[in-house]
Ligand binder design. Structure first.
Ligand SMILES: Nc1nc2c(ncn2[C@@H]2O[C@H](COP(=O)(O)OP(=O)(O)O)[C@@H](O)[C@H]2O)c(=O)[nH]1
Ligand SMILES: [Mg+2]
Length: 149
């Protein structure tokens, strides 16, 4: 069982794609361990995107992620980090494969709808940044026995 952090970015919320995107993860079998709707402030954005500080697109990136409300969640499942990244698709929407979230719902530029952790280390750090331990729920669903052998 691996946990990963997903953010439906401001363009995803504004385009009313929060539900359709979340539905894909649920349909795949991933389990929601935490979920909140919020507006990211500049301080949190800078901490979340610290790895990109100094890059030419950093300012634009911070402005983008703080430009409107977002849906933030922790998802869990077998190989959760890799599975979710594969479902998200390539960073540039026009390069994202059909069948991926970006490849099905986004077209151009870097308004790419969604963030997902890219490694176990970043997943741990990002989950920590957005959720306190008591906001993350451990539980089993009745359907899990039909998903997990
Ligand atoms: N404006 C601009 N934004 C970028 C560029 N590269 C990446 N970004 C943004 O920064 C985010 C983080 O970049 P990265 O970690 O490489 O991509 P991701 O993990 O696929 O989201 C991307 O999702 C984009 O929103 C760029 O060249 N220009
Ligand atoms: Mg990234």
């Amino acid at each position: 069982m691996e946990r990963t952090l997903v953010i439906i970015k401001p363009d995803g919320v504004q385009r009313a794609l929060t539900g359709p995107i979340l539905a894909r993860f649920e349909s795949r079998g991933l389990r929601i361990a935490a979920l909140k709707f919020m507006q990211i402030d500049r301080d949190l954005a800078e901490r979340h995107y610290a790895i990109h500080k100094g890059k030419f697109f950093y300012e634009e990136l911070v402005n983008y992620i703080t430009s409107g409300p977002v849906a933030v969640m922790v998802l869990e499942g077998t190989e959760g980090i890799r599975v979710v990244r594969a479902m998200v698709g390539a960073t540039r929407p026009h390069e994202a494969a059909p069948g991926t979230i970006r490849g099905d719902f986004a077209l151009t530029g870097l308004r790419n709808l969604i963030h997902a952790s890219d490694s176990p280390d970043t997943a741990t750090a990002e989950i920590d940044l957005f959720f306190s331990p008591n906001e993350i729920v451990s539980y089993a669903r009745d359907i899990d026995r039909w998903i997990y052998e």
